[in-house]
Design a protein around this ligand. Structure first.
Ligand code: G3P
Ligand code: CA
Length: 258
């Protein structure tokens, strides 16, 4: 199999474990985070939602249906109800009894050993009220502001973070509407100017956006870029050769790095 050619690049890039080491353990669980802590990742990416009783938990989807043995929207379930669910069985019986972690439990596990890239999601029926403030409070309580980064697709969420006095770095996520875009795609047709994201440190697009021109324009505007979700070694080498500052990948446990 092909290797990731890091030595050829002559610059430091960041490997980001998507949803934890999601190729080795159930996504967004402490098991996946432990696996990612052991491997070559520089950052661990996780997704967060808010429960009915205002707790911040790790999960990708807005419902518990896919990644637990339960059913329903996170916004309509309490933390106690969610804690009763099995978040590992759907993935492999070896992970039976794995629980849905809170953000606080995650910070206490990571303890700054790697950076944590926290993606703020939306509920099934819209934005979670006060979620940004809660996340920032949890980060402050755990003295984690030096190793946490917040990212989101949603501009109102970014605005709420930027209003807060605790300065935690932010990344703006963008998504191409059409998969498998031609390489000469012009992102501005769909996407507009970078100016309103001046306070973000990176703009992360899905990998099909990543052309040399796109990366150059982001760098000229002072942004870094970490494309997602880039899994196969050829695709990873492609975006890194085009100047990406790193990759967000599902294959962190299986990467062969040279
Ligand atoms: O890190 C960005 C990427 O995770 C965004 O897409 O749906 O996997 O959260 P999604
Ligand atoms: Ca994500």
């Amino acid at each position: 199999s092909e290797k990731i050619e890091l030595t050829k690049l002559r610059r430091k890039i960041s490997l980001i474990a998507h949803r934890g080491a999601s190729d080795a353990a159930p996504e967004n669980t402490l098991a996946a985070i432990k696996k990612a802590l052991q491997g070559p990742a520089d950052y661990i990416e996780v997704d967060v939602h808010q429960t009915k009783d205002g707790e911040v938990i790790l999960m990708h989807d807005a419902t518990v249906n896919r990644t637990t043995d339960g059913h329903g929207a996170i916004a309509k379930l309490t933390l106690a109800e969610i804690k009763k669910l099995d978040a590992g069985l759907w993935y492999d019986s070896a992970y039976r009894h794995e629980k849905v972690p809170t953000l606080a439990e995650t910070l206490q596990l990571v303890r700054g050993r790697k950076k944590l890239l926290i993606e703020i999601k939306k509920g099934r029926d819209g934005f979670y009220k006060g979620l940004e403030h809660k996340i920032l409070t949890i980060i402050r309580e755990n003295k984690a502001q030096n190793w946490c980064i917040l990212q989101t697709f949603y501009d109102p969420v970014l605005e709420n973070i930027w209003k807060n006095e605790l300065a935690v770095p932010t990344h703006k996520l963008i998504v191409a509407k059409i998969p498998f875009l031609p390489l000469y795609f012009d992102h501005r047709i769909r996407w507009g100017s970078f100016d309103k994201y001046d306070r973000a440190i990176a703009i992360n697009a899905n990998q099909y956006f990543t052309t040399q021109g796109f990366v150059k324009e982001l760098h000229n505007n002072g942004f870094k870029t970490y494309p997602w979700t880039v899994d196969d070694p050829q695709a990873i080498n492609r975006v890194l050769a085009l100047g990406a500052d790193g990759v967000i990948t599902n294959t962190i446990s299986h990467l062969e790095i040279e």
